[in-house]
Design a protein around this ligand. Structure first.
Ligand SMILES: O=C[C@H](O)[C@H](O)[C@H](O)COP(=O)(O)O
Length: 228
């Protein structure tokens, strides 16, 4: 299969492929981002055609889109997802992911890990042999200086994420800030994941290890599905 240029068409193929795994009566974790949005739209079409499902959104964005396309919503208090569909910023074929380009990774990790099946949707430009994308780290605002120091001690280079259409930092749906932390090539993602989780003031980071169960990778001419 030829590598795509990361077009919306490749993302759409991936999103629609994963939505095809959703069956009547399921509770579905609804991921965030442009690729997961294709899956949510496809699920909206299934609901319009009579399928009965409920969605658990992972962000303001996915909740708003799900409402627009008519997917009934519920919370984790009401039900646990049977399946989650979510995007990624970078991924390995063994299922190790970097997420959080939209700063939604904290809620995504809660919802994605609560489902027995987590389907990751992405275009093929995001596949890599070794993760090297900066890791988004959601941080309590008061903890930014100490977490920055802890990231430097782990040989990382943190940058407070700033908003494009607002002066100042990005504030997450949870009221926290995001440090994008560059580590270069990450040879042992599980070790770094555990190390980041141990820093006081870190709410959640965007390394998802052992969460994905299936990868739906869209390209110019189709979708490849990989079980993890
Ligand atoms: O916070 C955002 C999420 O982790 C997204 O799933 C991730 O950034 C991928 O988004 P997109 O499909 O738009 O590249």
């Amino acid at each position: 299969m030829k590598a795509s240029d990361g077009t919306d068409e490749a993302k759409r193929r991936a999103g629609e492929s994963a939505s095809g795994q959703v069956e009547n009566g399921m509770v579905v974790g609804l991921g965030t981002g442009s690729t997961a949005a294709h899956a949510i739209r496809a699920l909206g079409e299934k609901v319009a055609a009579g399928m009965e499902i409920q969605g658990v959104p992972t962000s303001y964005q996915s909740r708003t889109l799900a409402r627009e396309v008519g997917i009934p919503l519920c919370t984790l208090e009401a039900a646990r997802p049977d399946i989650a569909i979510d995007g990624a910023d970078q991924l390995q074929l063994d299922g190790a992911l970097v997420k959080g380009g939209g700063a939604a990774h904290a809620r995504e990790k809660i919802v994605d890990t609560s489902a027995p099946r987590c389907l990751i949707v992405a275009d093929d430009t995001k596949l890599t042999d070794t993760l090297d994308h900066p890791i988004p780290v959601e941080v309590l605002p008061d903890a930014v200086p100490t977490v920055e120091q802890a990231i430097h001690e782990r040989d990382g280079d943190p940058t407070v994420r700033t908003a494009q259409r607002k002066d100042g930092p990005v504030v997450t749906d949870n009221g926290n800030l995001v440090l994008d932390c560059a580590f270069g090539p990450i040879e042992t993602p599980e070790t770094l994941a555990a190390s980041l989780s141990a820093i006081p003031g870190v709410v959640e980071h965007g390394l998802f290890i052992g969460v994905a169960t299936e990868l739906h990778i869209g390209s110019n001419d189709g979708v490849s599905i990989h079980s993890v």
